[in-house]
Design a binder for this molecule. Structure first.
Ligand code: A3P
Length: 335
């Protein structure tokens, strides 16, 4: 992504494009489909999407109006979206909210930072236009599928990824949770599909690679973070993130422990201790799937690195590592 004139070059040439007169649903029905995960996945522009979300994506690509001061948090599902939403929200709002009376204590991080492609129930995409600047928004979209104009207006993009083995295991647990009702995917099947590149927003490596390259080309506008680096030194990561978002901690804030407060407020332990993240959930009616209930607690499981080894064999781990290594070869990105 560079100047406006170059923007179309980022859209893969092989991507089918719906004509203006085709309804998204009709267009989607012409695309390749794979079954296996908790919902079917549809391939559009090389990437795999849930059908009802792809419908929203097609709409938002043309209707979303980016602003130069937008801050966009980008992840693949299960790479730490909820954590990143909490951290960025706490950083941006630290001057306005005291930590003892903070919105994160009573609102789920997923509600505080809306997804561009998933509007809140009954709100519609126009809802995003009503938010005051600077907006803190999130997306799972690959770089090449971001709404038009985002690069040319100069939004800041924070990309967070994670060891693919942990992302896969986290996703497998989540898939078995979201539909409940007896859906029980075998881990071996999830592993095989993930290795083939067939997972929501996958191929996993391509999603990472697009943002990795962009972070090298435009480091002032795109920052590339890893879940593991936040886990190993959260204060350092939060300080780096605050600087990138244009809200660096002052010397006074650093000496009075504000970065540590942000880390504590957003820690797995604090967030999971709050009733708002344990009770209730997110409800949605999806045509073809019926009523979907996503428990608030489904976004929190273990919150550690390396849990893959409790689920995948050593051989499976090595196989996935090798695939990812080959896909990322020469890019400088490693896990
Ligand atoms: P695990 O399933 O490995 O525990 P997402 O928010 O993208 O859906 O990612 C969910 C993953 O992030 C889950 O991983 C979840 O436990 C973890 N997570 C959620 N909040 C976290 C936090 N505050 N700190 C660390 N990890 C967190």
């Amino acid at each position: 992504m560079a100047s406006k004139g170059e923007e179309s070059a980022t859209r893969p040439e092989y991507a089918a494009v719906p004509s203006k007169s085709t309804r998204p649903k009709d267009f989607i029905s012409t695309l390749p489909t794979r079954e296996g995960w908790s919902t079917p996945l549809i391939q559009y522009s090389k990437y795999w999407h849930r059908p009802h979300i792809l419908e929203e994506i097609l709409q938002v690509q043309d209707t979303f109006t980016p602003r130069g001061d937008d801050m966009i948090l980008v992840t693949q599902p299960k790479c730490g979206t909820t954590w990143l939403k909490a951290l960025a929200f706490a950083i941006i709002n630290r001057g306005i909210q005291s930590f003892s009376d903070h919105p994160l204590l009573t609102l789920h991080p997923q509600r505080l930072v809306p997804f561009i492609e998933i509007p809140p129930p009954n709100a519609g995409h126009a809802y995003l236009d009503t938010l005051p600047s600077p907006r803190l928004l999130a997306t799972h979209l690959p770089l090449s599928m971001l709404p038009h104009g985002m690069s040319s207006v100069g939004c800041r993009i924070v990309y967070l990824c994670r060891d693919p083995k942990d992302a896969l295991v986290s996703r497998w647990h989540f898939e078995n949770k979201i539909l409940g009702k007896g859906f029980n995917m075998e881990l071996e099947k999830a592993f095989a599909m993930f290795c083939e590149g067939v997972s929501e927003c996958g191929p996993f490596w391509d999603h990472c690679l697009e943002y990795w390259k962009e972070s090298l080309a435009r480091p002032d506008k795109v920052i590339f973070l890893k879940y593991e680096e936040i886990k190993s030194d959260p204060v350092r990561a939060v300080t780096k993130l605050a600087r990138f978002l244009g809200a660096p901690f002052s010397e006074e804030e650093e000496s009075s422990g504000v970065p540590q407060e942000v880390v504590r407020l957003c820690s797995f332990e604090t967030l999971t201790s709050l009733p708002v993240n344990q009770v209730g959930g997110f409800d949605r009616y999806v045509q073809g799937l019926g009523h979907m209930h996503l428990p608030s607690s489904a976004f929190f499981r273990k919150g550690v690195t390396g849990d893959w080894s409790n689920h995948l064999s050593q051989e499976m781990g090595e196989t996935l590592d090798l695939i990812v290594q080959q896909k990322l070869e020469g890019s400088g990105l490693t896990f």
